[in-house]
Ligand binder design. Structure first.
Ligand SMILES: Nc1ncnc2c1ncn2[C@@H]1O[C@H](COP(=O)(O)OP(=O)(O)OP(=O)(O)O)[C@@H](O)[C@H]1O
Length: 912
């Protein structure tokens, strides 16, 4: 058992603001110190505390320049290494909203280098597995989200969850021993890195889709990604199991800021009850006198029971923001961490006997006992011994006789039939008749060969005499020698036979192969010469369980009857498929065209645009296109697409190179084989002298292998990067779709509100950072418009009719940006076109910034446009367009009309 305090680390979030309030002191204590200087105006605001300087010690402190890989190396590696040894581990991130918890645990939303602890851990895990081929590993994954004391399974593969409540609900169960079980939480086996990452992607996507402005899930929910690892040494019955929780807690802010200037701190106010309960547990654990720890108060503390004061090696990462406005929260986070550091956990090795092996052992024992019983009662089995039984007995008797130890015993179990058979064999041997089984025949053959090896002039009688006088040890020695020679002869005979078939065209074949780009499928190459693990497929494979099993011996016929060349062929074929796949992806042209197919889930990525547009009406599609073009994240999406394209090209080139290396290795092997054969046949080879030609070939082969290894590793990391980029794109696609739908719904709602109220509403704009904008509490549109000169001011009366939950909290700059200039005209065009269609006109999509030939849309200065728009909506704001009677279609039409009017108003072209 290892008694260990919870380790605490602190990570400072990057900021452009120069605050000068924090200082990191790396003294010799091994525990760096974070000093926080509170400005006087803030210090007086702290409740019951007027201190101006605070200092906190941590096991490690990471400033704002620390990269994700450093965090992984310094915080996570230890935990995962211990997990592989059989110790449970937990890493949890704690800090206020927006301080970088998700960034640290899962990673940033766009760049590959920003991937967080979880994806890096999964990659590391499978790399470690590959390093230990003598061990059998299994990995299972679960992903739980806790929101408002309810648990949800994020690995629901249906991928249709529009709300958190659509996900399967997870509940807590406690067994009679007080152990907590999570009912309904699915657990998935991941046989390789790709499957594991796909599970993470699936969970993250479900998490994102389920997040709405109402529940602000990411801020107020806890997410627990759990990796279950089990490891067994090949042949051992002992199995080690460990659980690793990676926890992204809800935002920890606990105080409300009120008052003029927003600097006055009021009474502490919990916004998240479960974090309050977490604190209670931490406090109870840090007080030695406390016996009752209130784990049961919340679902999160129940799930993390072992991580807090139990059988686990736990690490906390406190995420802090150094900006002045966040200083109180950062101090609070650091204080919390100091308390956490006082908790002592008792981690022990989770070792048990593998039940399957135990059963096998018990079965053997039962059989033995049955045999003994039958022997004692005389009720022996009357079945004949099989040939296999006899062979085995012959081997046992033979090794018994050969054993020079006088104490050696012959143990064949309590089976009378076997005992009798052994007696029969021994009798035959004593009579000089030898074994009667296959084993004896082999012995006889050996003796005959010995006879043939004797000197031709030797008197047979005298040799018999001499044989009879040599002692047993010498005899054995000779037999061994004989066996060796036999083997050598056999090898040469086989080679000769092979050569007979191929000798005539061996050289021409070699030339042919050198000129061909196709892999040499006939080469009898052996994967023994390929470094371990390089035959593994770089593409996804369902049968990849094998990758976790100890490496099987190659170079001989496997149990399924496959030869090594078969394996080689298969392996090469897989490599080719991988390149082909990259090629196909590249050919598809559009980087957003996703080709990843997860083998563990039904998580499929498809053409993003088609997927979004699929069920939209034409007018909506047009509006969407414009929305997309002005979408604040569009630049990032395009950048990721370009990167993806680049990676595909790289992967394709590398894949070809790997194939070439493989072919070269096979060619060199054939050449070495051929050279040996030639020397053997010509008898020129001096056994004491290495052959220089062969050595040169070997050197070349080593070089090729090194190239192969290097490029293959590169290819593997490229593949991971490609998967991440694809995931980012898929996430962006979903976010874009979500934001568009919400914007659209808002327009429709505004129109409905407008129908009862003649005053117009200003347009709302997509958020500057859509994924985050939803998280902040809704702000009245009035607030935005005060600083937005391009929009009109809504009356408070109107706000009451706005769906508060869907109001964007975009900054004024971004609120203006999406609908300015040419895009504004284009959107206007799309809206007009839709309305026109409502009146029976053909759809018109005007070119950006140009007057529409069909008259649907004019440029900003066009008077006809504004004239026509007035005819669509009358001066009272009521629609002059005939509605269809269909609720949804009418809402669409009204949304267009409304949005159009808003835009015109913003430009001063429409009546208010
Ligand atoms: N170390 C960092 N480097 C670069 N960007 C960061 C870092 N930490 C956080 N960010 C960025 O800051 C924003 C907020 O971070 P993040 O979502 O991780 O916060 P959080 O603490 O998880 O918030 P919440 O409680 O709302 O979930 C994100 O856009 C993220 O990319």
């Amino acid at each position: 058992m290892v008694k260990q305090g919870i380790k605490i680390f602190c990570r400072i979030k990057p900021t452009k603001a120069k605050t000068g309030l924090f200082e990191i002191d790396e003294d010799d204590s091994g525990f760096p110190k974070l000093s926080v200087v509170v400005p006087k105006d803030l210090a007086s605001g702290f409740i019951n505390n007027k201190k101006e300087e605070y200092s906190f010690r941590f096991d490690g402190l990471f400033d704002q320049y620390t990269k994700q890989d450093e965090i992984f190396d310094n915080v996570a590696k230890d935990v995962i290494d211990n997990c592989l040894l059989g110790y449970n581990g937990t890493i949890f991130a704690y800090g206020q909203t927006g301080s970088g918890k998700t960034f640290t645990i899962t990673g940033g939303p766009e760049r590959f280098i920003d991937r967080g602890i979880i994806p890096r851990m999964l990659t590391y895990l499978f790399e470690e597995y590959a390093k230990n081929p003598g061990h059998v590993y299994t990995t299972h994954i679960s992903y739980l989200e806790i929101y408002n004391e309810s648990g949800y399974d994020l690995l629901d593969p249906k991928h249709e969850a529009a709300k958190l409540e659509d996900l399967p609900k997870v509940s807590l169960m406690e067994d009679s021993d007080g152990n907590i079980h999570l009912k309904n939480l699915s657990i998935h086996q991941a046989s390789n890195e790709e499957e594991a990452l796909n599970l993470l992607f699936l969970g993250d996507t479900n998490r994102m889709i389920a997040e709405t402005p109402m529940n602000q899930a990411s801020t107020r929910s806890h997410c627990i990604f759990t990796i279950h690892v089990s490891v067994r040494e090949a042949g051992s019955a002992t199995i080690r199991r460990a659980k690793l929780h990676l926890v992204d807690l809800a935002g920890s802010e606990r105080v409300g800021k009120t008052g003029v200037g927003g600097t006055l701190l009021t009474e502490a106010k919990y916004i998240n009850l479960s974090l309050h309960y977490l604190e209670q547990v931490i406090v109870a654990l840090s007080e030695k006198s406390r016996t009752h720890i209130p784990y049961r108060n919340s679902m999160m503390t129940s799930v993390l029971r072992d991580s807090l004061g139990g059988n686990c090696m736990t690490t906390m990462i406190a995420t802090c923001s150094v900006e002045k406005k966040n200083i109180d929260e950062s101090i609070s986070t650091c204080r919390f961490a100091q308390r956490v550091a006082l908790i002592k956990n008792d981690a022990f090795l989770n070792e048990e006997i593998d039940p399957k092996l135990m059963i096998a052992r018990l079965k053997a024992e039962i059989q033995e006992l049955k045999n003994q019983l039958a022997l004692a009662t005389g009720e022996q089995s009357m079945d004949e011994l099989t040939d296999e039984d006899r062979e085995r007995l012959t081997e046992l008797v033979d090794s018994y006789i050969q054993d020079s130890d006088p104490e050696a015993t012959l143990n064949v179990g309590a089976d009378m039939r076997k005992i009798n058979e052994c007696f029969r064999m021994l009798k035959r041997l004593a009579q000089g008749k030898g074994f009667a089984s296959g084993g004896s025949r082999q012995k006889q053959r050996e003796e005959e060969r010995m006879e043939e090896q004797r000197m031709p002039n030797e008197d047979p009688m005298s040799s018999i005499d001499s044989v009879s006088t040599v002692n047993q040890a010498e005899m054995n020695k000779m037999k061994e020698l004989l066996k060796q020679r036999d083997n050598e002869i056999n090898i040469l005979v086989n080679m000769l036979k092979k050569e007979k078939k191929r000798a005539q065209d061996a050289l021409s074949q070699l030339h042919n192969r050198a000129g061909s780009h196709q892999p040499d499928l006939s080469a009898s190459s052996s994967d023994q010469d390929i470094p371990n693990g390089y035959n593994s497929n770089i593409t996804s494979s369902r049968a990849s369980d094998k990758s976790q099993e100890p490496h099987r011996s190659h170079g001989r016929r496997s149990r399924q009857g496959r030869t090594q060349s078969d394996e080689d062929y298969r392996s090469r074929d897989r490599d080719r498929q991988s390149v082909d796949q990259s090629d196909a992806m590249l050919r598809s042209g559009d980087g957003a065209r996703h080709k990843v197919e997860s083998s563990s889930s039904s998580y499929r990525l498809k053409d993003s645009k088609r997927k979004i547009l699929g069920d939209m009406s034409v007018g909506r599609q047009e509006a969407f296109e414009i929305f997309r073009r002005d979408y604040p994240n569009n630049a990032g999406i395009e950048d990721n697409k370009q990167q993806l394209k680049q990676r595909y090209s790289e992967a394709k080139a590398k894949g070809q190179f790997v194939n070439e290396c493989r072919q070269n290795i096979n060619k060199l092997k054939s050449q070495i084989e051929h050279r040996r054969l030639q020397l053997a046949m010509s008898g020129e080879q001096d056994p004491g002298q290495p052959d220089e030609v062969e050595q040169a070939l070997r050197q070349q082969m080593e070089q090729e292998k090194a190239n192969y290894k290097e490029i293959f590793n590169h290819l593997r990391s490229l593949k991971t990067e490609i998967e991440h980029l694809q995931h980012f794109l898929e996430k962006s696609r979903l976010q874009l779709q979500k934001d568009f739908e919400l914007w659209w719904a808002e327009q429709a709602a505004n129109v409905q509100a407008q129908q009862s109220l003649p005053q117009p509403q200003p347009p709302t704009a997509p958020p500057s950072n859509p994924s985050k904008a939803w998280r902040t509490p809704p702000i009245s549109p009035l607030k935005d418009q005060v600083s937005d000169h391009h929009t009109t001011t809504a009356t408070p009366h109107h706000q009451g009719h706005l769906p508060q939950s869907t109001v964007y909290t975009a900054d004024p700059a971004s609120a203006r940006r999406p609908y300015s200039g040419t895009s504004r005209n284009a959107l206007l065009g799309a809206l007009s076109a839709q309305v026109d269609r409502g009146g029976g006109r053909p759809p018109v999509v005007p070119p950006l910034g140009k007057p529409s030939s069909a008259g649907g849309v004019e440029g900003p200065e066009s008077k006809s446009s504004s004239r026509r728009s007035r005819s669509l909506v009358d001066s009272s704001g009521q629609s002059a367009v005939q509605l269809t009677g269909d609720k949804r279609a009418d809402a669409d039409i009204m949304a267009f009309i409304k949005a159009r009017q808003n835009l015109l108003q913003a430009r001063g072209q429409a009546p208010r």
